[in-house]
Design a protein around this ligand. Structure first.
Ligand SMILES: Cc1cc2nc3c(=O)[nH]c(=O)nc-3n(C[C@H](O)[C@H](O)[C@H](O)COP(=O)(O)OP(=O)(O)OC[C@H]3O[C@@H](n4cnc5c(N)ncnc54)[C@H](O)[C@@H]3O)c2cc1C
Length: 414
């Protein structure tokens, strides 16, 4: 049975580690933070995970927060009216067929690391660079690098053909809070799209201090939502979040009137370029390292797909490793395994990237038509579970019109 090393204890590395451990593999996870470091650190993500990826966690018996994490039961889209910002041009919501869930990665990754070690996985705390990768490849049959947005992932070559952007497309910020006014009927991701300014979305989550909500801000560079570099403390961050909502999204500002930060580390601001990388790294020794998760396919969070992709990548890789038996892990096998994942992920990347530039007319047509069609709204909401379902409509006007037609509300009999 193979010895496998996984660098990075995140949303892709740990599910893969649990899956391999369960099948009797010898698994070493090498990561640069202890569970205590993780719990005492800052929030890292808004990590909303939809049902198909949650099912992968359930199948691995690592779904440890189902009883405490508030469900995310639907998706809503709102676009303010261009002439009257207090009114809404697009405004619909629909239930997800099965709920999504967001467990603060500080809670989840810390607990998973401890659980992995308790189940017999080896955990090494080490900041991994080339010398450590060389050492790992000497002692293991396969070394995976799933170090998220860590600097080490730049060792993988950027795939220019799959990466249309070479700089960040949004100034990102998270504000995790208690005290947000809930939606009256069902909980949801409330997406607000402000053309030319950016996006704001908010949804329930679970953190160190219990149920909470998490606000995600996506500012177009140079626009009025690109101010986070001037914010110097968590309290200023909260105040700036509220000020923005009161000014640009008054209905969201009203919900946030009484919010407080969940803790002193519950804010985040930053930016990165969405990037796809070549999945195989050749070390100076000639030995190979295989990339997984954000390390080789990092998306802007605008569509909330990164954790979903990371989990689905772990599942594709797990199945490929199990099917491979005792054969050597060649470059060809790695490339083939990544392409199997890419068959799915390319649609996530295309959909996500399309929302970072002015959306194509057929996408706007679909979002607008959902205002009049609950069936279309339901289709679009549930696409978050499986974004390939949006295609070809998302990039083809005729297909979009067909989809709208298929979801036409039944006309009332006269
Ligand atoms: C603002 C924001 C909001 C987001 N919201 C969502 C959302 O709502 N839904 C969603 O699905 N996704 C979301 N994401 C994306 C999601 O968080 C990531 O895609 C996901 O965590 C990627 O998993 P991963 O395993 O590839 O990397 P990570 O989960 O980032 O794990 C990387 C691991 O590698 C370790 N590491 C890094 N460098 C080294 C090193 N040199 N040596 C050893 N270990 C190292 C880290 O400590 C960590 O354990 C969001 C991201 C951001 C930034």
């Amino acid at each position: 049975m193979s010895r496998i090393a996984i660098v990075g204890a995140g949303q892709s590395g740990l599910p893969l580690a649990f899956g391999l451990l369960e099948k009797g593999y010898e698994v070493t996870v090498v990561t640069n933070r202890t569970p205590t470091d993780i719990r005492q650190g800052s929030i890292m993500s808004s990590q909303c995970i939809f049902d198909p990826a949650l099912q992968i966690e359930r199948d691995l018996h690592i779904n440890d927060w189902d009883d405490v994490c508030p469900p995310v039961e639907g998706i809503a889209y709102t676009v303010p009216h261009p002439q009257d910002p207090t009114a809404k041009a697009i405004d619909w919501s629909a239930r997800l067929h099965k709920p999504a869930q967001s467990v603060d990665q500080r809670v989840k990754m810390a607990a998973w690391l401890e659980k992995l070690e308790a189940q017999g996985g080896q955990v090494l705390i080490q900041n991994v660079g080339v010398p450590e990768l060389e050492a790992l490849t000497q002692n293991h049959d396969l070394v995976l690098l799933s170090a998220g947005k860590g600097d080490v992932v730049r060792l993988f070559e950027r795939d220019a053909t799959r990466s249309p952007f070479d700089k960040p497309q949004r100034a990102l910020a998270l504000t995790q809070i208690h005290g947000l006014e809930p939606k009256p009927d069902y909980s949801r991701v409330s997406f607000n799209l402000l053309p030319g300014i950016g996006e704001y979305f908010v949804f329930p989550a679970y953190t160190l201090s219990g149920p909470c909500d998490i606000m995600v801000f996506e500012g177009v560079p140079g626009g009025p939502l690109d101010f986070w570099r001037d914010v110097h403390s968590p309290q200023e961050h909260l105040a700036a979040s509220r000020r923005f909502l009161d000014t640009y999204l008054p209905w969201e500002g009203a919900r946030a009137r009484h919010v407080e930060l969940t803790d002193s580390k519950s804010v985040l601001a930053g930016a990165f370029a969405p990037t796809v990388r070549k999945p195989v790294l050749t070390l100076p020794s000639g030995r190979l390292v295989f990339g997984m998760g954000d390390a080789v396919c990092v998306n802007d969070p605008i569509t909330g797909q990164g954790s979903n992709n990371a989990t689905k990548a772990a599942k594709v890789y797990l199945d490929a490793i199990l099917a491979h038996g005792d054969q050597p892990y060649t470059r060809g096998w790695m490339e083939q395994t990544f392409e199997a994942f890419w068959d799915y992920a390319r649609w996530v990347v295309e959909w996500t990237n399309s929302l970072l530039t002015p959306p194509p007319p057929q996408a706007l047509k679909l979002l607008g038509a959902a205002n009049q069609s609950p069936a279309l709204a339901s289709f679009l909401a549930n696409g978050f579970n499986h974004p390939p379902a949006y295609f070809p409509a998302w990039h083809d006007m005729q297909a979009a019109e067909r989809l709208i037609q298929e979801h036409q509300p039944a006309t009332a009999a006269t």
